[in-house]
Ligand binder design. Structure first.
Ligand SMILES: [Zn+2]
Length: 286
């Protein structure tokens, strides 16, 4: 019982912590190293000691791979109508909008990667765990449809807790909608590269994230459908070591390659040179 009466860490170390400038030092959750925020930012938010990949915002993610100044966002103002008037969902969305400066958890637009014009999208985990509701699904679908029309490759970065429960069936239908748009893109013989980052789960894993012609993943990121606890309780079986990591998925054929964050831009450029050489020429002429 004693454990419940322990003072919280905040109260315990409160006096000392107040003297430290806030947000300057970050504890690596993987190796425990103290990392300076500036150093971490310079290193694309990867711990230099253990290579733990911290979460990137959608903006940081897009900036890290696209040619400087090439990104033009689309559908900036798309926001949810709270179609089911679900409890406090409306207010929650407003709080996250204020906190992140985004209208929802997905940022999409036109960009260039090493001269290749592409349609690019990245999920922002800060916004309600980047769950896929009607806006996230609609933005992804529109980006794919533009890419099909303009005959450009699609690159999508996933990081999501899955479907957004607050929008019920309208969330679930985004799985079918994004997949159908990708099928049409594929039928037009155009490439789609999916990049899985920590964590990619639920309805996102079960739809567009795992439909890439090429599927890339960041090291050690979690990829799965249901969480390990749910699976364990349902199947009454012990799960294998490393279950639901990028490395496990690579060994079992779900992922084509694991790429460290610092190398993703170059790897995307190499793949685009190989699978879309014409688009590079087109981009460089402009
Ligand atoms: Zn570390």
């Amino acid at each position: 019982m004693g454990i419940f009466k322990k003072p919280s860490l905040k109260v315990f170390g409160g006096g000392k912590k107040k003297d430290m400038p806030e947000g300057l030092w970050i504890n690596c959750p993987s190796c425990g190293a103290m990392l300076h925020q500036l150093e971490l930012d310079e290193n694309l938010k990867v711990c230099h000691k253990c290579l733990h990949h911290f979460t990137l915002t959608a903006e940081e993610r897009i900036r890290s791979v696209s040619d400087q100044g090439s990104f033009q966002e689309i559908d900036v103002k798309l926001e949810t109508t709270d179609p089911l008037s679900f409890l406090d969902y409306g207010e929650k969305v407003k709080v996250y909008q204020q906190r992140t400066g985004l209208k929802d958890a997905m940022v999409t637009g036109r960009a260039a990667i090493s001269g290749h014009p592409v349609l690019i999208g990245a999920m922002d985990f800060r916004f309600l765990g980047a769950s896929m509701g009607s806006v996230v699904g609609e933005k992804i679908t529109r980006a794919i449809e533009i890419a099909t029309k303009e005959r450009k490759p699609v690159i999508l970065f996933s990081a999501s807790g899955g479907a957004r429960m607050h929008e019920g069936i309208l969330s679930l239908m985004q799985m079918g909608k994004t997949s159908a748009a990708l099928a049409r893109h594929h039928a037009a013989r155009l490439p789609y590269i999916s990049v899985l980052t920590h964590p990619t789960t639920g309805g996102v894993t079960a739809s567009f994230a795992t439909l890439g012609d090429i599927i890339m993943a960041e090291p050690k990121c979690m990829i799965g459908f249901a969480g390990p606890r749910v699976i364990k309780e349902t199947t009454h079986q012990n799960l294998p070591t490393g279950f639901q990591t990028a490395e496990f998925m690579m060994d079992h054929g779900l992922v084509d390659m694991i790429v460290e964050r610092k190398d993703i831009r170059n790897r995307l450029a190499e793949i685009l040179d190989f699978i879309a050489p014409a688009s590079a020429a087109q981009g460089r002429q402009k």
